[in-house]
Design a protein around this ligand. Structure first.
Ligand code: AMP
Length: 304
C-alpha cells in the first residue's frame, strides 16, 4: 500500500562529541521515507531540493526503494541545517537554518500519488502540511503528522488546523509540554487529543514513547538500550516513518490499538539504528535480520 512522505529534504552539517560532519543527507522526510521503506513498499517522497544537492544522497534513497518522482528540483540552494549536540546528546543547539528552497515552497502531489492510503506529514511548516493533505484524495486514509517547537510558536493557528485533519500526532516531550501548556505528560497527551487527533504519540528520546488513544487507551514503549550513540539527528523522523511502514505492511488503514502498539515498537527499534551513526548511514546498512534480532530482544526485555 502506497505511503506518501512529505517534509524537508536537507543538507545537514552536524557536530556531536563523536565527530563533526558536513554535507550529510538530512531532512525530516529523508529519514522518514528511508525508514518506512525498510518495512513496506512503495514509498514516495514529496519535497524540494536545490541545485547544490548531492546526487549521492538521491541515489542512496532510490537504491533503497524510495520513489523520487514527487521530489521537486529548484534552481535555488537547498534547505541546510547546521547543529551541534552537547555532551549528553539530549541538548542540541541549532547554529544556522538556511531556509532557501523551503521559503516559498508550494507542495505539489503528483496526481498518480494522490490516492495514497498512508500519508506522512513529516516536519515542515504547517501550511505545507495543509497543502499536501488537501491534495491527498483517498477516501480512506491514515494520516500521521510531526511538528516542532518553531511551528508551535510561529504557526499556531495553522498547526491547530492540521491537528483537526490527522489521525495521529507525533511530538516530542518538550514540545508536548509547551503545546499543551502543562508539565504533566499524561495530561499533555490528553490535552493534545482534545485538539483533534484520535491518537497522540509523545516521544521521550532515549526513554521511548507514550501512545494515547480513544477512551483512555494508553501504551508506554521503551527505547532500545544503545551503548554507543554517534548522532541522534533524525531519530524522531525515523520513528515516524517506521511506525507508518509497519501499519502499511499490514494494510492497517484503520489500525487497532494493538497494531499501533506494534508499529510504535518497530519505529522505536528503527530509530535506534539512526542514532548509531551520522545521518542515515546506520539505517542504510541495517539488515532485516539486525532489525528482527533487536525486535526479539526488545520483547524479552520489555515484558514480564
Ligand atoms: P529531528 O532530529 O527529528 O528533529 O530531525 C532533524 C532533521 O530535521 C534534520 O535533518 C534537519 O534537516 C531537519 N530540520 C531542522 N529544522 C527544520 C525545519 N525548520 N523544518 C524542517 N526540517 C527541519
Amino acid at each position: 500500500m502506497k505511503i506518501l512522505v512529505g517534509g524537508s529534504v536537507a543538507i545537514d552539517n552536524v557536530k556531536t562529541p563523536v565527530a563533526d560532519e558536513k554535507n550529510l543527507l538530512g531532512g525530516s522526510a529523508s529519514y522518514a521515507a528511508l525508514s518506512a521503506a525498510k518495512l513496506s513498499s512503495p514509498v514516495h517522497l514529496i519535497g524540494i531540493i536545490g541545485n547544490d544537492f548531492p546526487q549521492e544522497h538521491l541515489d542512496m534513497l532510490a537504491g533503497h526503494g524510495v520513489d523520487l518522482s514527487g521530489l521537486e528540483r529548484s534552481e535555488q540552494a537547498s534547505f541546510t541545517w547546521t547543529g551541534e549536540y552537547h555532551e549528553n546528546m539530549n541538548d542540541r543547539s541549532t547554529h544556522s537554518v538556511a531556509i532557501n528552497v523551503l521559503e516559498d515552497w508550494q507542495v505539489k502531489v503528483p496526481s498518480e500519488l494522490a490516492d495514497s492510503p498512508f500519508v506522512v506529514l513529516a516536519n515542515m511548516a504547517p501550511v505545507n502540511q495543509l497543502q499536501m493533505l488537501e491534495q491527498c484524495t483517498a477516501a480512506e486514509k491514515f494520516v500521521v503528522a510531526d511538528t516542532m517547537d518553531l511551528w508551535i510558536t510561529v504557526a499556531n493557528d495553522e498547526l491547530h488546523q492540521v491537528l483537526k485533519k490527522i489521525d495521529l500526532l507525533v511530538i516530542n516531550e518538550g514540545e508536548a509540554r509547551e503545546f499543551a501548556g502543562t508539565n504533566n505528560l499524561v495530561l499533555a497527551g490528553e490535552k493534545l487529543l482534545e485538539k483533534g487527533p484520535p491518537y497522540v504519540v509523545i516521544k521521550l528520546g532515549e526513554f521511548g514513547a507514550l501512545l494515547f488513544g480513544p477512551k483512555g487507551s494508553f501504551f508506554r514503549c521503551g527505547a532500545w538500550p544503545l551503548r554507543e550513540l554517534a548522532d541522534p539527528t533524525g531519530a524522531g523522523d525515523t520513528f515516524l516513518g517506521g511506525l507508518v511502514g509497519s501499519l502499511a505492511a499490514e494494510s492497517a488503514i484503520a489500525p487497532t490499538f494493538d497494531q499501533l502498539k506494534q508499529a510504535i515498537v518497530k519505529g522505536s527499534i528503527l530509530a535506534s539504528f539512526t542514532c548509531e551513526n551520522f545521518s542515515t548511514k546506520s539505517l542504510e546498512t541495517a539488515r532485516n535480520d539486525d532489525f528482527l534480532d533487536r525486535l526479539q530482544q526488545f520483547e524479552a526485555i520489555s515484558t514480564w
